[in-house]
Design a binder for this molecule. Structure first.
Ligand code: DX5
Ligand code: ZN
Length: 221
């Protein structure tokens, strides 16, 4: 199993002080920055684009930036994010007409790839592209908003994807996104996740370091 990664979602950060917020969570022990991109089309909300990613790099952020595209179509924005300094780019397969091509284009642009599955989206495309995917991102809420509650059926889906990844022999991270908190992260890790997005649970806390430490402790148990 790959070492656990904590990826705070900046969706719940104070956007008026974004650079400072990112510096603070990284100093508090976070591994990655989870960057939620919403287009008011694929999801009913609108957030931030490649310019903000580039601004974080210019600000001096060196941690991996984990871009979660909730946009349709995928390809053009994926290329823009690669140029803007993204490290990983994940997209929802139903938002791309040619999933295999989108994955290849992201790798060709020098980024790691991720495929995202909503709570009720079947996993069937995954088996055809296991060699082109660096991460599977399972949504444990319906995408579009922070602060929703974890959908328990995601635990069974995590076990299912964990078995697929292990059987594939590929090195693929398994990321979970939505409603992750210190009190459920242990069960989520036990179900097979190794990469944990948390937005409101981290940015809504007064002490980022204590929250991230509590999460790591619960994962290790
Ligand atoms: C939801 C986003 C998540 C969200 C998670 O569409 O993909 O990354 O920010 O927020 P919490 O951790 O508050 O559920
Ligand atoms: Zn996300």
């Amino acid at each position: 199993r790959q070492s656990p990664i904590i990826a705070p979602s900046i969706l719940s950060a104070d956007f008026a002080r974004l650079g400072e917020e990112v510096d603070q969570v990284i100093a508090a022990g976070a591994d990655w920055v989870h960057f939620d991109v919403m287009d008011n089309h694929y999801v009913p909300n609108l957030t931030i684009g490649p310019m903000v990613c580039e601004a974080l790099r210019k600000h001096g952020v060196t941690a991996p930036i984990d871009v979660h595209l909730m946009v349709e179509p995928v390809d053009e924005l994926a290329q823009m994010f690669a140029k803007a300094g993204a490290s990983l780019i994940s997209f929802h397969p139903e938002a791309s007409r040619h999933v295999d091509r989108s994955l290849q284009a992201i790798r060709a642009a020098g980024c790691k790839t991720g495929l995202v599955f909503n709570p009720a989206t079947p996993l069937d495309v995954l088996r055809y592209v296991m060699d082109k995917v660096d991460m599977v991102l399972l949504m444990s809420v319906n995408p579009g908003f922070g602060g929703q509650s974890f959908i328990p059926a995601a635990l069974d889906k995590l076990r299912e994807v964990r078995a697929l990844i292990d059987a594939s022999g590929h090195e693929i991270r398994l990321e979970i996104d939505g409603g992750v908190k210190a009190d459920n992260i242990g069960a989520i890790a036990a179900a097979g996740a190794d990469t944990f997005v948390a937005g409101s649970a981290i940015f809504g806390a007064s002490d980022y370091q204590a929250t991230i430490r509590a999460m790591r402790d619960a994962i290790a148990e």
